[in-house]
Design a protein around this ligand. Structure first.
Ligand code: NAI
Length: 220
């Protein structure tokens, strides 16, 4: 918790990982787990896990540990996976098609109800069992179906303008893949910027510093 009593961003960032590990344990029919066992699986410390889960009121029982499916369900509720946020995706290019096809929106609290593209040759194509609509239909669609979440897979140059239009049409949250750090200065709007390249740089930092390759030996 931070000093305002809010759950800190770093705890929230760890929740999806708890949820994923607990889901795997459920598949293996594990019914209960101690914080020490969970910590060892997740390469965290038991006290870190207890501290994180205490932000939401605990869930564990002294001497019993955690009931895996209960904890999975509770964390799922905290994450909002039991919701069904109407979601649209803008930009049905290489990335947009991959995301629409490979991300299971429904198990993550979202329902993909529309895909849009500015290219007339892309509109009409079917992606992830959804017919891509031309961006000209966006306004009517939003007024009719009221999407709350938008996934942005469009070039940097058009991102801010498209996002502002979507906010005016009632969209409240952006999963933004465009190479543009979206900043929306409206209250109540949530933005998650995703840069896969940043994740790769975290890896190269690790290779360079942790594995001691910072002498440039591998760069000869
Ligand atoms: P792409 O060129 O294959 O697809 C972009 C699509 O967006 C095209 O179909 C285009 O017609 C459409 N589009 C452009 N402006 C639009 C608008 N205003 N409204 C609706 N549709 C519009 O590009 P790709 O490879 O799919 O990448 C999309 C964006 O994502 C690029 O800007 C790229 O740099 C970025 N990207 C980000 C990554 C990340 O980790 N965040 C990873 C890979 C790409």
């Amino acid at each position: 918790m931070n000093k305002n009593g809010e759950v800190s961003a770093s705890v929230i960032k760890r929740l999806p990982r708890y949820y994923r590990f607990l889901g795997e344990l459920m598949k293996q029919k594990v019914e209960r787990i101690s914080s020490r066992e969970l910590a060892s699986l997740m390469k965290l410390t038991a006290s870190q896990i207890r501290q994180d889960l205490n932000c939401f009121g605990g869930f564990g029982q002294q001497g019993y540990g955690y009931n895996v499916s209960d904890l999975h369900e509770q964390i799922g509720k905290i994450l909002g996976v039991d919701k069904k946020y109407n979601t649209i995706l803008i930009g049905a290019g290489n990335l947009g098609r991959a995301i629409a096809s490979h991300i299971n929106f429904e198990t993550r609290g979202c329902q993909l109800i529309g895909i849009f593209d500015a290219n007339k040759n892309v509109a009409g194509k079917v992606v992830a069992q959804t017919t891509v609509r031309h961006i000209d239909e966006l306004e009517f669609f939003c007024r009719t179906y009221k999407p709350e979440v938008a996934v942005l897979c469009i070039p940097k140059a058009s991102t801010q303008a498209v996002a502002e239009l979507l906010v005016s049409l009632g969209v409240k949250a952006f999963w933004n893949f465009s190479h543009y750090d979206l900043s929306i200065d409206y209250e109540g709007i949530v933005v998650e910027n995703v840069h896969l390249g940043d994740s790769l740089l975290t890896l190269t930092y690790g290779v360079t510093h942790t594995l001691g390759n910072d002498d440039g030996a591998n760069n000869k």
